[in-house]
Design a binder for this molecule. Structure first.
Ligand code: CA2
Length: 149
């Protein structure tokens, strides 16, 4: 069975660490990737870490995860609040999906308080800055281990 966790990030997260650090922290996306890789390795998994500003590209990667991944960690960024198409693609997966956010969207503006992605996610980690990604990988690894018992 695959031991690869797809870790996907949506629009504008390539700018992480360069703007709005009071909300998103000072870590860059490369820092987050390094932390995720180390966390996954410690748990016996590999990660495939990708970011796109394009909805269709994210959907292509989610479809690719059906064939190659044992779990998906997804920070959909703004698309979480708008994209029925991403929700539809997630619904085709039979593997754990962990929705991940740096901030706690539930404590922010009204329009961030729900995400379409949540309707397909196994669980959500939010509000812990870059650490949210590590916690999401830990959750994904635990779900995969439980499913293969
Ligand atoms: O907290 C999160 O991780 C979010 O998914 C981030 C999204 C936001 O729309 C969601 O409500 C919550 C925004 C990502 C923007 O990324 C930036 C990174 C650095 C500087 C500015 C924006």
């Amino acid at each position: 069975m695959s031991k690869i966790i797809f870790v996907l990030s949506g629009p504008n997260l390539n700018l992480l660490g360069t703007r709005e650090p009071e909300i998103y922290g000072y870590a860059t996306l490369k820092d987050v990737e390094d932390q995720c890789r180390a966390k996954a390795a410690g748990l016996g998994f590999e990660i495939d870490f990708r970011q796109s500003n394009h909805e269709g590209v994210l959907i292509d990667w989610i479809q690719e995860a059906r064939l190659k991944a044992c779990a998906v960690v997804l920070n959909p960024a703004g698309y979480g609040h708008t994209s029925v198409a991403i929700l539809d693609s997630l619904k085709t997966l039979a593997i754990p999906i962990v929705e991940c956010h740096l901030s706690n969207p539930a404590a922010r503006e009204e329009f961030r308080r729900s995400t379409y992605v949540s309707l397909a996610a196994t669980g959500i980690v939010s509000g812990f800055g870059a650490k949210s990604y590590e916690l999401a990988i830990e959750a994904a690894a635990a779900l995969v281990a439980k499913a293969s018992l």
